[in-house]
Design a protein around this ligand. Sequence first.
Ligand SMILES: NC(=O)c1ccc[n+]([C@@H]2O[C@H](COP(=O)([O-])OP(=O)(O)OC[C@H]3O[C@@H](n4cnc5c(N)ncnc54)[C@H](OP(=O)(O)O)[C@@H]3O)[C@@H](O)[C@H]2O)c1
Length: 313
Amino acid sequence: MSTRSPELPALSWSTDDMPDLAGRTAIVTGAASGLGLAITRSLIAQGAQVVMAVRNTAKAEHIRAELAQGPGEAVVMELDLLDLTSVHRFTAAVHDRFAAVDLLIGNAGISSQSLTLSAEGVESQFATNHLGHFALTGLLLDLLGRSHDPRIVVVSSALYTSAALDLDRLDGTGTYSPGRAYNRSKLANVLFGRELHRRLQASGSTVTSFVAHPGMAKTPLHTTYPSPALRLVTKTAAALIGRPAEHAVVPILYAATSPDASPDSFYGPTGPKLHPRVQPAAFTGPGRDLDAARALWAKSQQLTGVHYLDFDG
Ligand SMILES: NC(=O)c1ccc[n+]([C@@H]2O[C@H](COP(=O)([O-])OP(=O)(O)OC[C@H]3O[C@@H](n4cnc5c(N)ncnc54)[C@H](OP(=O)(O)O)[C@@H]3O)[C@@H](O)[C@H]2O)c1
C-alpha cells in the first residue's frame, strides 16, 4: 500500500485571512514554546482570549507579559499532559472559569526521548502526545459544545505514514526506538483526530475535529533529543529546510479558523519557507485504518479512564 499523501492544489491562505476572533476563547497546549507560542501570538493578534495550557507556569507568565499588547489576551493555566491528575485538575479549573470554549489546539509534544513511563506504565511520548490530549479533549467536550463553530485541532507530523501503532507494546517492551515511538505517537494523533471527527458526527455534535502539521519547523523541539547525533542531524536539517515557527503554524491556523477547512484533509505547509501556502493532502497508509482507530479509542479510554462518544459504528 502506498503511504504517499495524494496532494490537492495548494491554498493561497495567510494569517492575513484569519477572521476576527474577539470574544472567542482558545486553549493551546504547549503554548510557551515553539509552535504553541506562535499559534498563541496569532490568535491574540486576532483578538482571542488564549488559555496557555503549560507545565511551566512561571515561564509562561513571563511570556504572557510580552503578549499583553493585545488586542486579545493570554491566561496561564497549569497542565502536565503526562499526569492524568493534572489533566483533571486543569479541566476542572477551566470549567470553573469559562462558560464555553471555542477552540482547542492539541499542540504540546515531546520527541525522540529515551524510554520513560507514565504513572500508568505507558511510554511517555505516547502518553504525552496522545493520551493526555485524549483525556483533555473528552473532559472539555461539553464546554466546546456550548460554542458557535467549535473546533479541535490535533497537531501531528507527516512522519505518521511510516509508523506502526503496536498497541500491545505501549510499555516500550521489545526493541525501543525513540524515533519509532515518536512516529507512533504522531500516528495516534492522526487516528485520534479522524476517529474523533467520525464520532462527533455520529453523535450530532457541532464540534469539528481537524488534523494539521507544521512540516519541519525551527523550534526548541530538536534541541531536546538525548542523542547528540540526532540533535546534530536535525539541527542541520532545520537550518536548511525548517521554517520559522510563525510560518510553520500557518496550516494549523487555517484548520483552526478558516470556514473552508475540511476534517477530511491533512493540512501542512508547502512553498517558500517564509511565505508558505497551505497544502491539503489526503490521509494515507496507516492513517486510513479505521479498525486501528477504533482500537486506539478503546485503549485510550481504558488507559485514561476518560470515556466519551461511545459508538459501535
Ligand atoms: N518542530 C517540528 O519540526 C515539528 C514537526 C512536526 C510536528 N511537530 C509537532 O509540533 C508540536 C509542537 O512542537 P514544537 O516544535 O513547537 O516543540 P517545542 O518548542 O519543544 O514545544 C513543545 C511544547 O510541548 C510542551 N510539553 C511537553 N511535554 C508536556 C507535558 N507533559 N505537558 C504539557 N506540555 C508539554 C512543552 O512545554 P515546555 O515549554 O514546558 O517545554 C513545549 O511548550 C509537537 O506536537 C510536535 O510533535 C513539530
